[in-house]
Design a protein around this ligand. Structure first.
Ligand code: NAP
Length: 247
């Protein structure tokens, strides 16, 4: 096991949507990327078939609400490359509906992934970063963690909790060379926003000063900025990226 000159980046939920955009941006900057999701996609197959990326991408089918599976994934990444420089906690799930009618299973699914899953992988990766004295962690939260959204109470609660985690961890790890931030996107064009109908999407676009929904590449650029080796001072923050919607 030798020190690796490229950065080793873990992006959770990199099989589609925002996570795939973030994986792509780290592959574009020449980094090594490990990602996981419950199942593969055509995008994962494409990266694994491409000679330019296949040796720099590790994909594993992992359910991040399963602690043992998460631990095995982190161990495999570390055993393979001997370091973890960046962790992007992107995998997340939303279940629509008013809280009074939510099933216990739906509440558990959102908390088990968004909050407990994030805590578990961050615990395991931060240990490795602490031993090395460097690293950068980004939690993908959401503007609804700041403002709330009708029908997304549980999801909003988990995103606000992730922002609390960001602030506490930045204090806990700052003196050990580890940067921690939250990125809170507005509405992105991904599978998760397919639950919104055309009228809702039209209203969001009309209220957005930038005049469009967000794209994964918009958010990926911000994540790259926060996790760049040059950033050793911007930490403990929740950075909103929403085209001005909540300005
Ligand atoms: P998405 O298209 O639904 O993708 C979610 C990713 O997470 C997929 O790769 C999915 O793969 C993976 N995932 C889901 N459950 C998992 C589990 N239990 N274990 C491991 N991986 C799992 O969602 P997205 O829109 O890209 O959202 C990405 C992040 O951005 C989320 O944290 C979301 O809350 C946040 N966000 C999204 C929006 C938006 O408008 N879309 C706005 C603000 C914030 P599998 O299903 O195969 O597991």
């Amino acid at each position: 096991m030798t020190e690796n000159p490229s950065r080793v980046v873990i992006v959770t939920g990199g099989s589609r949507g925002l996570g795939a955009g973030i994986v792509q941006s780290y592959l574009d900057t020449g980094d090594i990327v490990a990602t996981c999701a419950r199942s593969g996609t055509g995008q994962i197959d494409k990266w694994l078939a491409d000679p330019a990326t296949r040796d720099r991408l590790l994909f594993r089918e992992v359910d991040l609400s399963d602690r043992a599976a998460t631990a095995a994934f982190v161990k495999e990444v570390f055993d393979h490359w001997g370091q973890i420089d960046v962790l992007v906690n992107n995998a997340g799930v939303a279940r629509d509906g008013v809280l009074g009618l939510a099933s216990d299973d739906d509440i558990d699914a959102v908390i088990d992934l968004n909050l407990k899953g994030t805590l578990q992988i961050t615990k395991l990766v931060s240990r490795r970063m602490l031993a090395r004295g460097s690293g950068s962690i980004v939690n993908i939260s959401s503007i609804v963690g700041l403002s709330g959204y009708r029908g997304l109470s549980v999801y909003s609660a988990t995103k606000a909790a992730m922002d609390g985690l960001t602030r506490a961890l930045a204090r806990e790890l700052g003196s050990r060379g580890i940067i921690v931030n939250s990125v809170a996107p507005g509405y992105l064009r991904t599978e998760m926003s397919h639950g919104l109908d055309e009228a809702q999407l039209g209203q969001i676009v009309r209220r957005t000063p930038a005049g469009r929904l967000g794209e994964p590449a918009d958010v990926a650029r911000l994540v790259q900025f926060l996790t760049a080796p040059e950033n050793d001072y911007l930490t403990g923050q929740v950075i909103v990226i929403d085209g001005g919607l909540t300005a």
